[in-house]
Design a protein around this ligand. Sequence first.
Ligand SMILES: [Zn+2]
Length: 256
Amino acid sequence: MIDLLAIAAHPDDVELACAGTMLMAKRDGKRTGIVDLTEGELSTRGTVASRRGETEAASKILGLDYRANLGMPDGNIELSQENLHKLIVQIRKLRPTIILAPSKYERHPDHESAAELAHRAWFYGGLAKIETVDENGEPQAPHRALMMLHFMQSYTFEPRIIMDVTPVFEERMRAIEAYGSQFIQPKSHGAHFTSEIAGDKTQPETYLTQASFFDWNRARASFYGMMIGTQYAEPFWAQEALGTKDLFSLVTKKVA
Ligand SMILES: [Zn+2]
């Protein structure tokens, strides 16, 4: 069983978008997990094997209780019954209270497909007449998470809620740095990559390897932190209304 489950198209998507929120949940004693739909095999830099090692390192930093890869083809996440079924099996096995998923409108089509697949699996997983079995061939009980939030990747949106991640921010950056093959060594950040590919000039430049990428990632967290009066934060969008039993838990500012 998992309290907070994040679903994403590629290993490193969750880390880049909301590793801080995963860490904050962990810090609060919740059980956390990530299901990656593909192995990111179309990535310009690194190999599937090197990315697996990086994912493992990042998962350790996040203290995850569960991480799985559904092995769907990168660049071709189909909204098929087969893929839907695979994801429902995971959700019914893990029985999360909250699901984090990509947002509906995204630059990378895989992110949009992952958002749609997560939405369908979230809903149809709750229907008893859709039957699935676990690894042992035992029938699974239906399950629908009580809340679904969408994290921010390339495209921005007006957040419905902003999560303060200041206390775990440096760990969050270390989880991102674990994916060394995807980034260059950022001078301004003082990061220490373990991957040999990081900083290797023979590897091609990509969107992620631009010198400013780390700064942008940090700046976004800083921007949303400013919105709620904290140092760093991660934004989320939700289709359904968000409630609270404690108005005071919504106070994040220290100065009015
Ligand atoms: Zn991605």
